[in-house]
Design a protein around this ligand. Structure first.
Ligand SMILES: Cc1ncc(COP(=O)(O)O)c(C=O)c1O
Length: 378
């Protein structure tokens, strides 16, 4: 069997070696409860505060503006909890942890439409809500959103702005002060840290209501005994991104991604690209293959040792088309036949070649079995 190829970095990036080493060091330290006043507690507290400084530095925040949480979903839910009973506008391609949380908490929720590449137009942002939430980059398409412009517009109209930067952190330069956002979500496992830990940036003075009650941890802003080892991992991943981030590295990832795209368009029948050519994260490529179901392609590729993602959500055997692709393209067939390739800094040209050895055969086979007559898109 050839070497496995992992192209699902947007779902989870493998934990970096330096992060593993730091987590291992901390777990061996005999740390206590970070809230305790004894030496063991102080030790844990110090580790957390170091991590807070690294996370704050990575996004250009003050350490006091960083609240540790269990990940992107909790951070997004916390923002929506802070606007319970108020009016909220979100882009129609937000992650379900924004979408569902806003649905149940907001008094009124407006969805902002997107163009065919999944991009919000600032003119479509309403002017009379309390909070606007537009993600920094979309997890399925890679589309980078005009968050700075949304903030300028939002603040002019007295609205606060949240951005979910879960996919963007570690892939592009981020500075909360330059963006001007009031809230920003990040999650460790998307940039080399462990699963189950993340952070919410809350601008000093911005309204805030804790989602998890019953303790005074995180300055009374998030109850629960602190996950010191996980937070140390988050801090180490943030430090790595700060120290090692280079445009050149990501340009070469984007080069491989573009090579994959050109080869797919040239060699795979009825393929089309859903990710924008400009203003896209360097590592994400979303493609549709008319006449072949995304989940079937995923399973066939997995059998060949290749991991990719799809945007569809499978609930009780019923596969729902991705709401992101439906919002951008409005075409269920495009949505059902889509695959997300997400690359990482470890991805090589050999990986791309291997995908192109297998993918055209898999797609042709599925298209041949399909009862849907495929026709090329204009
Ligand atoms: C854009 C976006 N937001 C939020 C999340 C949820 O993050 P977590 O897995 O840390 O809860 C994800 C995870 O895929 C995501 O891609």
């Amino acid at each position: 069997m050839p070497r496995p190829v992992y192209l699902d970095y947007a779902a989870d990036m493998p934990v970096l070696e330096c992060v593993k080493a730091e987590m291992f060091r901390v777990i061996q330290l005999d740390c206590g409860n970070a809230a305790a006043l004894h030496t063991w507690g102080h030790r844990a507290h110090e580790i957390m505060e170091e991590a807070r400084v690294s996370v704050a530095r990575l996004i250009g925040a003050e350490p006091d503006e960083v609240i540790f949480v269990s990940g992107g979903s909790e951070a997004n839910n916390t923002v929506m909890e802070s606007f319970r009973g108020q009016r909220v506008a979100i882009s129609s391609i937000e992650h379900p942890s924004v979408l569902e949380a806003a649905k149940v908490r907001a008094r009124e929720m407006v969805q902002i439409p997107v163009d065919e590449w999944g991009r919000v137009r600032v003119d479509d942002v309403p002017s009379r809500v309390d909070l606007v939430s537009v993600m920094l980059a979309n997890n399925e398409l890679g589309t980078i959103e005009p968050v700075q412009e949304v903030v300028a517009y939002g603040h002019r109209h007295g609205m606060l702005v949240h951005t979910d930067a879960t996919q963007a952190v570690g892939k592009m330069h981020i500075n909360v002060k330059e963006l001007g956002v009031d809230y920003l979500t990040l999650s460790a496992h998307k940039f080399g840290g462990p699963i189950g830990v993340g952070a919410l940036y809350v601008r000093m003075g911005a309204p805030y209501r804790s989602l998890v009650l019953g303790g005074h941890q995180e300055n009374g802003q998030r109850a629960g005994t602190s996950n010191v080892v996980g937070i140390a991992g988050l801090g180490a991943a943030a430090k790595w991104c700060w120290d090692e981030w280079s445009c050149k590295k990501w340009q070469s990832v984007a080069g491989l991604r573009d090579e994959l795209k050109s080869r797919i368009l040239a060699e795979v029948p009825y393929s089309s690209c859903n990710s924008p050519a400009e203003g896209c994260l360097p590592n994400i490529l979303n493609m549709s293959f008319r006449g072949a179901e995304g989940e079937s392609i995923q399973l066939y590729l997995d059998a060949e040792g290749i991991a990719v993602g799809t945007g569809s959500a499978c609930a009780s055997g019923d596969i729902k088309p991705s709401h992101v692709l439906m919002a951008a393209r409005g075409d269920a067939e495009v949505a059902h036949s889509s695959i997300r390739f997400s690359l990482g800094i470890e991805t090589t040209r050999a990986d791309i070649m291997r995908v192109m050895e297998v993918l055209p055969k898999v797609v042709r086979k599925l298209q041949g079995m399909s009862t849907i007559k495929v026709k090329a898109r204009g």
